[in-house]
Ligand binder design. Structure first.
Ligand code: GRG
Length: 303
């Protein structure tokens, strides 16, 4: 495919990810001091600081830098994205949703703190996300801050993550079409990555055309994220068949390989990498290096 022919710009992506993740982690730690009432702050910190690749905050910062802004302009928005992402994971894991015991290699929030506190920790993280962007963004016009906040709101709500979750819940145990599967993935996964790139662009001073190019790039890598996850799901299931009775392994949930076959799913993933790269072609190659590498990193994720 085209993505294999075009060499990635020389760039130490691993070092970049580690450096950015460290600064994001420090900012997240500072955003939620352990204070009264102790228990809720403990629960918020437990899930937020539990690890995680920090893909969304890094995408936000990289997009800001791509359009000429510096990291500090995007850091509050980057933290807000991780707060929203963490909230969605806490709520997704609840007994009334997926009922999962483990997340990021640790017991889920409700297993440690109980359901009541897990619900509240999600609510508190979601509210803090908006407060944090509004109160802590510096040297960006208030018009741009409001635009970013509007983007975040539509991303979480009934046109975004919630829409994806509800269609996902509705399709349980049913035969799902390719377009429904895509709808679920676009809303549950791609939307938040879109918001990350868009908010980064907005904070960095991008014009409307560049913001929409960033959105297209992020939508492609968002879908790619899920296609790669679906492909791995099949690989893992066949490797672990008989060993594990994990409910996600060999489950009856719809995946790209099931609906289009493994070969087509792999082709689709390659096409999404190409689409992402095409979106970046309008930008300076050197400045876009982190985003080229991020698409490549997502294509090669192992978990
Ligand atoms: C309650 C307002 C409200 C919204 C939540 C529960 C829900 C609605 C949506 C579910 C969203 C969800 C769980 C999507 C899956 C997202 C996904 C791809 C998670 C894995 O992301 P990674 O690999 O995880 O980036 P880490 O741990 O690295 O951060």
């Amino acid at each position: 495919s085209k993505s294999e022919k075009v060499p990635l710009p020389a760039f130490d992506f691993k070092e970049y990810m580690i450096a950015k993740a460290n600064r994001v982690n420090k900012a997240l730690d500072e955003a939620i001091p352990l204070q009264h009432p102790q228990k809720i702050h403990e629960a918020m910190r437990y899930s937020l600081l539990a690890g995680g690749k920090r893909v969304r905050p890094i995408l936000c910062i990289a997009s800001c830098e791509l359009v000429g802004g510096d990291e500090g302009l995007a850091m509050p928005a980057a933290c807000a994205l991780e707060m929203i992402h963490t909230m969605s994971l806490i709520h997704d894991d609840l007994p009334c949703m997926d009922n999962d015991d483990l997340r990021r290699g640790k017991p889920t929030s409700h297993r440690i703190f109980g359901e009541d506190i897990a619900v509240l920790a999600g609510d508190a993280l979601l509210s803090l996300a908006f407060e944090h962007v509004a109160s802590n963004t510096k040297n960006v016009s208030s018009g741009r801050v409001v635009q970013a906040i509007a983007e975040l709101g539509s991303t979480v709500g009934a046109k975004g993550l919630v829409a994806g979750q509800i269609v996902d819940i509705d399709s349980e145990g049913k035969e799902v079409s390719l377009s429904t599967l895509e709808y679920i993935h676009v809303h549950k996964t791609a939307k938040l990555l879109e918001a990350a790139a868009v908010c980064g662009g907005i904070m960095g001073g991008a014009d409307a055309t560049s913001v929409e190019r960033l959105r297209k790039y992020a939508r492609s890598i968002g879908l790619l994220f899920q296609v790669v996850d679906d492909i791995l799901d099949v690989t893992k299931s066949s490797e672990e068949l008989g060993k594990t009775a994990g409910k996600d392994l060999a489950s009856d949930k719809a995946t790209y390989p099931k609906l289009m076959g493994m070969d087509e799913a792999k082709k689709f993933a390659a096409r999404l990498v190409d689409e992402a790269n095409q979106g970046l072609a309008f930008f300076d190659d050197v400045k876009a290096a982190p985003l080229y590498h991020l698409a490549n990193y997502i294509a090669s994720l192992q978990n």
